[in-house]
Design a protein around this ligand. Structure first.
Ligand code: SAH
Length: 218
């Protein structure tokens, strides 16, 4: 293994193996991750670590999520090609790009203008035409475009995100890290068709917090 030349291809192959062994087994999710060049989303300082299975710092004190967590959350969404998905916390746009390969339309909301602009440039570079972006407070969701088939929250909500759950279709699925501390619980809410939800715990995760309002700085 140590004699294997460390090309981007081998790094990526290694990452795919790691994801599979940790339970990301949906072939469509794995293919979407494989097709999405993570090095396009990481800052210069960390380019060489783009295919490591770790979260990395991006601008504005935020992070690009760990590939395993991206895989786990995307898999938990059980996306269908016709789905309209709302994502809260665009960040680098990496998770958005993966969703865009598996869904019909992705609506994504970010509270930092800088991050959103950079992410929009990346979507353009990749030719992703089914992503709609919005600068705003994602905690409020996107009422004009609701209801959604799926909602993914990529920042930690302090408690059950009621406003977002209200913007979900009756049989929809919402995946979000919930908790106030440095470690949160990843939860999957599946609508029962009658206004109720079945809640499943998917494990412990570490996300930056979902903050109120938009950022004052760029
Ligand atoms: N999915 C991202 C992870 C970004 S980290 C990626 O793959 O890179 C979480 C992001 O949520 C940060 O960019 C942060 O600014 C954003 N965020 C936090 N609170 C928010 C809010 N209320 N509305 C919108 N975005 C928010």
């Amino acid at each position: 293994m140590s004699e294997e030349p460390d090309t981007p291809r081998t790094r990526m192959a290694r990452l795919m193996l790691a994801l599979r062994s940790q339970g990301v087994t949906d072939p469509r999710v794995l293919a979407a991750i494989e097709k999405t060049p993570r090095e396009l989303f990481t800052p210069d300082l960390f380019k060489d670590r783009s295919w490591e299975d770790s979260a990395l710092p991006i601008a504005c004190g935020q992070t690009i999520s760990q590939p395993f967590i991206v895989g786990l959350m995307t898999q938990a969404l059980t996306l269908e090609p016709r789905a309209r998905v709302l994502e809260i916390g665009t960040g680098s746009g990496y998770q958005t790009a993966i969703l865009s390969r598996l869904a019909r339309l992705v609506y994504t909301v970010e509270r930092y203008r800088t991050l959103l602009r950079e992410a929009e440039d990346r979507f353009k570079t990749l030719g992703l035409t089914n992503v709609v972006t919005k600068f705003g407070d994602g905690g409020e969701g996107w009422a004009e475009q609701a209801p959604f088939d799926r909602i993914l929250v990529t920042a930690a909500a302090p408690e059950e995100p009621k406003t977002l759950l209200e913007q979900l279709k009756p049989n929809g699925v919402l995946v979000a890290p919930i908790g106030k501390g440095p470690v949160q619980s990843l939860r999957r809410y599946a609508g029962d068709g009658q206004g109720g939800f079945k809640v499943e715990l998917l494990g412990d995760v570490r996300f930056v917090p979902l903050l109120d309002g938009v950022a004052r700085e760029l």
